[in-house]
Design a protein around this ligand. Structure first.
Ligand code: 3EB
Length: 337
């Protein structure tokens, strides 16, 4: 096999399948031994009898629906390794992992974020998947004040610290796509997907790189890219009503949705410069986070009009990482199972 064929082979095993419990149960059977990881969104802890894979409960309420399962699957058999609280599953090309860190009052969020990310980086190093593609960050009280700072900002200090020890070699493919949202309760929930070959990280020309946000958004900047392309998949990070580094249209939900969609189109356009046609592609999964449940019908109508061919969309009630943001969307285009 030549190198290009080899690269392709190691990045085309990833699949994503989303749906409610019935769908999840079917995927568990159809894809037994090939599940990389699951994110389950809902207010009530979902039962899952056979947890032979990373399983992350994201405690948020699903608007207009029931518990929503986002299932990351491989076309190959996976190897599962639980190491303390970090549970991972890997195939030849990818490793998926999840961990939940409880806050006990002594360990603040800055410390936990650092600890969590360091555990992820150690695992990536040990197993030989150097490229972090996507991370999921969820924790309660994201806009509350912690010890001194807003908790999202405390989280950013710890995350930044963990990345700054790594930034030398692990991020030649760019920093990962990400999202960061509040939950109703529980600990710090972290998920990650990393690979053996680098992806292509995307930025949005309308927005400042998150890494370069000025200090008025916190002493240490968030570390994520606006999107990541890998093989035949596109991950778009949490996208909101931000122009440059500023929130635009605070308090105006309709305008925030429009601005968010303009930003989403801008990232999609960047992917198109690398040959990825999201509008023409099959699939398309959208997770939409709303600060206020009552905005759900309006947002649903606008997003459906924009992406009529989407495979699945889920609407969640969640606090967004800036107190003045009312809505955020993340999107994935990946082959289904
Ligand atoms: C923003 O663009 C809005 O801290 O990991 C989006 C995606 C946002 C990821 C993160 C934050 C994060 O700054 C918030």
């Amino acid at each position: 096999m030549n190198q290009t064929a080899m690269m392709k082979k190691s990045v085309d095993s990833l699949r994503l399948s989303c749906g409610t419990r019935q769908h999840f149960e079917r995927v568990l059977v159809a894809c037994a031994g090939r599940i990389l990881g699951v994110l389950a969104f809902g207010s009530v802890e979902p039962q899952c009898s056979n947890r032979q894979f990373p399983f992350l409960w994201v405690q948020q309420s699903v608007l207009g629906g029931e518990t929503w399962f986002e299932v990351w699957v491989s076309t190959q058999r996976v190897t599962v390794s639980p190491v303390g609280s970090l549970v991972c599953a890997q195939d030849d090309g990818f490793i998926f992992g999840g961990l939940v860190l409880a806050e006990d009052g002594r360990d603040n969020l800055e410390f936990l974020a650092h600890q969590g990310y360091s555990a992820i980086f150690d695992k990536m190093d040990r197993e030989g998947y150097p490229y972090l593609l996507r991370v999921w960050n969820y924790f309660p009280g994201i806009n509350d004040t912690g010890r001194e700072l807003e908790r999202y900002r405390e989280f950013n200090v710890g995350r930044h610290e963990a990345f700054s020890h790594k930034i030398d070699r692990a991020f030649e493919g760019g920093v990962p796509a990400a999202c960061a949202l509040g939950t109703e309760d529980g600990g710090l929930v972290l998920g990650f997907l990393a690979s053996r070959v680098p992806g292509i990280s995307l930025e949005n020309p309308r927005q400042t790189r998150a890494y370069d946000y000025p200090e008025n958004f916190g002493p240490k900047s968030p570390v994520f890219s606006r999107g990541m392309l890998v093989g035949n998949a596109l991950f778009i990070s949490g996208t909101a009503s931000i122009l440059g580094s500023e929130t635009v249209y605070p308090g105006d939900m309709a305008r925030q949705v429009d601005e968010m969609l303009i930003n989403l189109r801008a990232v999609i356009k960047q992917a198109a410069t690398y040959g990825f046609d999201a509008y023409g592609a099959e699939g398309g999964c959208f997770n939409v986070y709303l600060r206020y449940a009552e905005d759900y019908p309006m947002v649903r109508d606008k997003l459906s009009a924009e992406f009529p061919a989407a495979d699945c969309r889920v609407y969640l009630q969640a606090d967004i990482c800036r107190a003045d943001l009312l809505v955020e969307v993340e999107a994935f285009w990946i082959e289904g199972i």
